[in-house]
Design a protein around this ligand. Sequence first.
Ligand code: AMP
Ligand code: MG
Length: 311
Amino acid sequence: MPRKEILKETRRLTEPFVVTNGKGFRLKDFDPRETRGLIEKGEAAQLLERGVRWLAEEQDMLYAQDRWSVLLVFQAMDAAGKDSTIKHVMSGINPQGCYVSSFKVPSKEELEHDFLWRYVKRLPERGCIGIFNRSYYEEVLVVRVHQDILAHQMLPPELVSERIWDERLTEIANFEDYLTRQGTVVLKFFLHVSKEEQKKRFLERLDQPDKNWKFSPSDIHERQYWDDYMAAFEEAIRATASKRAPWFVVPADNKWFTRLVVAAAIVETLERLDLHYPRVDAQKKVGLATARTALLQEKKQGAPSARTRKA
Ligand code: AMP
Ligand code: MG
C-alpha cells in the first residue's frame, strides 16, 4: 500500500481522538470502548505491524538529522495499559535514540525543587524520543485529588491558594509551548479506560499468579476517587490541549486498539516533520571519495602474500 494511503488510514484512526483546542472539551463525549469498526484479528494487526515498522524508519532519520526531539507523555488511571502500550508501540525502535522515564512518588530531593524540575531533567535530547510514563501532569492530577500531597511539597504557604491548579495548568501549557518552540514535538496520550474495564483488569491481576505483582492495594483505594480523577483530567486537557501540543484521548478498553491509535498518532506526527537523512554536500562528497580510495588501497597493500600465509 502506498504511503499516502497508509497516512489516510492513520488519520482515520487518530482524527476522532485528537484534541487541539480544549474549549468545551468533555470526557463523556469520548467512548472508551470505541474501535472504529475494526476487529482485532483482522486488519488491525497488520496495521499495527506496518505502523511499528514505519515508526522505526522515521526514528532512524530523526536520530540522523539530530534537530527535532519528541516527547511522548502517557497519563491514565491504573490498569489502563500504559506500560504495555509503550512496550508494543516502541518494539521496533532503536533503544539508542529512545528512553523511557517512569515517574513515581517524588523523592525528598525532588521535593526540594520547583514542580517541573524532575521532569526537565529527563527531557529528550535532539534526535531522540523521550517517553514519560506519568509526567508533570501528576502535579495537577494525583496532587489535586489528594491535596495532602500538596502540603508536603514544601511551598511557602503564601504561594498556595485556590488558584494553584489554574496556575500550574497555565505553567504547564507555557512550558509545552516553550518546548515546541525549541524543537521538541510534544504529544500527550490519555489512555481512557472505563471504570468497569479497570475492575475486570484488577480482578485478572488478583486471579492470575503471573499478574499478581502488578497489583497494589493502593490501586483499589485510588479507584474510590474515580470521579475526582476524571474531573482533574478533564480540566487538565481543557487547559493544555493545543495545536502545538495536542492531547489524544485514546479509547483504552481494548488494548489492541489503544496501541493502534498511539502508533498512528506518532507515525503521523513524525511524517509531518518531513524528516530526511542529512544531505551530503559537494565538499563532503569529495571527502567520502578520498576515504574510499584510501580504504581500497589499504586492502591491496595489507593483503598477506602467498608466502606469509603459508608460513
Ligand atoms: P505506578 O506508576 O503504578 O508504579 O505508580 C506510581 C505512583 O506514583 C502512582 O500512585 C502515582 O500517583 C504516584 N505519583 C507519580 N507522580 C507523583 C507526584 N508528582 N506526586 C505524588 N505522587 C505521584
Ligand atoms: Mg500502579
